[in-house]
Design a protein around this ligand. Structure first.
Ligand SMILES: CCCCCCCCCC(=O)SCCNC(=O)CCNC(=O)[C@H](O)C(C)(C)COP(=O)(O)OP(=O)(O)OC[C@H]1O[C@@H](n2cnc3c(N)ncnc32)[C@H](O)[C@@H]1OP(=O)(O)O
Length: 223
């Protein structure tokens, strides 16, 4: 018997929610996620005294207990409403309900260029005062992956190759990607992260629709 926690296919869910219901959820959970994001930065930056730290801890635990009273048992998955509105709200890079996400708001131009202007706070630090290299990889994985989707070739990341050309500061940054070419079932996408002075990290990604999804797509076309 399949288990929704371990069988990825069961986490692609068509729940038929209306756009109005989805918008209500965005309006409810978006601000909650922003508050938790503020909390993460405040936890890192606070210099208040011990009693206030202990009081804050108790309040955070109380909030967590309220939210856990009724909760899904595992990942959020990817869900679609009745109109096709897609919600990857658990996504670590751009999930509406994921306070770990910077978050990214990714846009695609008519010519297929996919891009985002975003801000990295102190919680994304690696080297002193600079962006963690793994966080750069997270962002580029998402932006390049969305570019593959926009090009009509969605897929899992098979290979992501990065070149860290110069240190990436924290703060205001820009990432973008362009579809390069298809090589059989592999979509090749290239992109970068830049600060105001230029490119910090270059990336090339190979995105592949998993075999099970290719077979399902072929079966539905044949049917
Ligand atoms: C359904 C869409 C979902 C979109 C979600 C986007 C989320 C954001 C991006 C991510 O974070 S994805 C998470 C990180 N990636 C993974 O966890 C992927 C784990 N690996 C896999 O699931 C499979 O290995 C993979 C889908 C990448 C390939 O499996 P397949 O069974 O489809 O590969 P197959 O053996 O049929 O090979 C097809 C072609 O791809 C090539 N290939 C396979 N794995 C590769 C790889 N890892 N890198 C580069 N090329 C690869 C393979 O050589 C072959 O090339 P040729 O057609 O030229 O012969």
């Amino acid at each position: 018997m399949s288990d929704p926690i371990t069988d990825q296919r069961l986490l692609y869910i068509h729940d038929q929610l209306s756009d109005e219901d989805i918008q209500r959820e965005v309006d409810l959970y978006g601000p909650l996620t922003d508050s938790v994001r503020q909390l993460i930065a405040a936890t890192l930056q606070t210099e208040v005294g011990e009693p206030d730290v202990r009081r804050a801890k108790a309040l955070v635990e109380e909030a967590a207990a309220i939210l856990q009273e009724r909760a899904i048992p595992g990942p959020y998955g990817v869900r679609w409403g009745a109109s096709g509105w897609k919600r990857g709200w658990g996504n670590a890079a751009d999930g509406v309900r994921n306070a770990v996400a910077p978050p990214l708001t990714i846009q695609t131009d008519p010519d297929g260029r996919t891009w985002t202007d975003f801000h990295l706070g102190p919680q994304y630090e690696g080297p002193a005062g600079l962006t963690h290299g793994g966080v750069s990889a997270l962002i580029l994985d998402q932006v390049l992956g969305d570019c593959a989707v926009a090009a009509g070739s969605p897929g899992m990341t098979g290979t992501l190759t990065l070149r860290y050309r110069k240190p990436t500061p924290l703060g205001d940054l820009h990432a973008e990607a362009r579809f390069d070419r298809m090589d059989g079932v592999k979509a090749i996408v290239k992109g970068h992260i830049a600060d105001a002075a230029g490119i910090c990290v270059e990336a090339e990604g190979i995105f592949i629709l998993p075999r099970w999804a290719r077979e399902a797509a072929a079966a539905s076309t044949a049917g």
